[in-house]
Design a protein around this ligand. Sequence first.
Ligand code: GRF
Length: 200
Amino acid sequence: MKKPVAILISGRGSNMRALIEAAQAPDYPARIACVIANRADAAGLDEARALGVPTHAIASKGLNREAFETQLSAALQASGAEIICLAGFMRLFTPDFTRAWYGRMLNIHPSLLPAFKGLDVHRRVVESGVRFTGCTVHFVSPEMDEGPIILQAAIPVPQHASPEQVADAVLAEEHKLYPQALRLLAEGRLVIDGPRVTIS
Ligand code: GRF
């Protein structure tokens, strides 16, 4: 049985597309049950619809976290989702929501965590002079961009590269890494052991 997955987005949704496309393969262990955006104008919503995935928009503006999460939980329940993939979802959750989904909610971040948490990552990477960067898929815990690391991909930072060039190169890796990590979770091959993940 394929595991039903909800993808949460706020913007263009290129990682969302990579997950939807991966899940179209007959032997992929997850199916995308719905895409939920916290803004009605998220560009990824149109794309998800065009790819045949049910979508919901739950405008978070003006709602406190609890009120937003009440609506979100209803949409998740209606979709039957058992796994959440955050894909450029720009809103923090309450610790209660995070705890309820712990071990079943993934995020992708465009750096080699725990380095460069937060926003504006690629500019800070370039300015710092690090020689390698990359992306990380991790379980979501209450602290932003923390939580047990599942997979990472590393790439060199070329000298004189612009933040935009680094972003493009990292994004190409994200699109490969996220479907791999979701596959492992959906196959039941990830064991969380304190701060670490073991892959069986
Ligand atoms: C990606 O770089 C992801 O790592 C970060 O937000 C960006 C979302 O891009 N969390 P997209 O909407 O998936 O194209």
